[in-house]
Ligand binder design. Sequence first.
Ligand SMILES: NC(=O)c1ccc[n+]([C@@H]2O[C@H](COP(=O)([O-])OP(=O)(O)OC[C@H]3O[C@@H](n4cnc5c(N)ncnc54)[C@H](O)[C@@H]3O)[C@@H](O)[C@H]2O)c1
Length: 266
Amino acid sequence: MGLLDGKNALVFGLANDKSIAWGITQAFHREGANIGISYAGEALERRVKPLAEKIGCKWVEECDVTKDEHIAATAESAAKHFGKIDILVHSIAFAGRDELSKPYHQTSREGFKNAMDISVFSFVALTNAFLPIMNDGGSVMCLTYGSGAVKVAPHYNVMGVAKAALESSTRYLAYDLGPRKIRVNAISAGAIRTLAAAGVGGFRDMYKHFAEMSPMQENVTIDDVGDAAVFLASDLSKRITGEVLYVDSGFNIMGVQMVKRDEKSE
Ligand SMILES: NC(=O)c1ccc[n+]([C@@H]2O[C@H](COP(=O)([O-])OP(=O)(O)OC[C@H]3O[C@@H](n4cnc5c(N)ncnc54)[C@H](O)[C@@H]3O)[C@@H](O)[C@H]2O)c1
């Protein structure tokens, strides 16, 4: 028996088999969910369709979240295919390479708007579009990087500011959807090598630093995030909403980083 037996789940943000969305999709599949997958645009189709086939997923839809008509069409198609849904996952972010390499104060107006539109507003817009077909007691979630949202992660820049707005949106949406017992939470993942991460200046260093400095001294995988997503999607977390759940080997709890650990704790 799986933790998500009988539940319909939609996952937005699959690009390839390195995507966090793929870790989540596989974990949902393992736990018995019936899954629908959405991806950004035609260019990704040839990578996404074979992955969808691997888990027997029949609903695979293109949705560029910058386009209202795409979001509306995707919601309509999901209503036809699934009737109702129980789980909605937003695993989408974008910021131009320029914005993630120059100092933050040089962020352009266009770059700022773009990052906010794709990485934050789309979470609000998707939640609103899918709410009419969402069962009461359902679960909505997004992916954040708290260490860049509430603190400074060098080079993360406008994406950190977007993640702060995403985490705040999580709380406001949790308030709105609470009366229907629909939960809205964010997972803050540790650094993982993905397409999106490759665009962040200095990511390689951040990734290495992460494994060295986190209490558990280990990087996080997309499967670790998938398991946490199962918890948030399942009835086990039915009274948890508006939260940011860190899946980061404890990295975020550190105030002062030691270059070398105390001998006794090794
Ligand atoms: N990789 C990390 O280290 C890390 C850490 C914490 C949080 N996250 C977050 O996890 C989420 C998933 O990212 P990932 O690391 O798996 O990388 P990824 O590149 O695999 O996923 C990002 C997804 O966003 C999609 N996207 C971009 N623009 C879009 C648009 N206009 N319409 C629809 N989709 C669009 C991309 O197609 C892609 O599928 C993001 O929110 C990211 O910020 C990643």
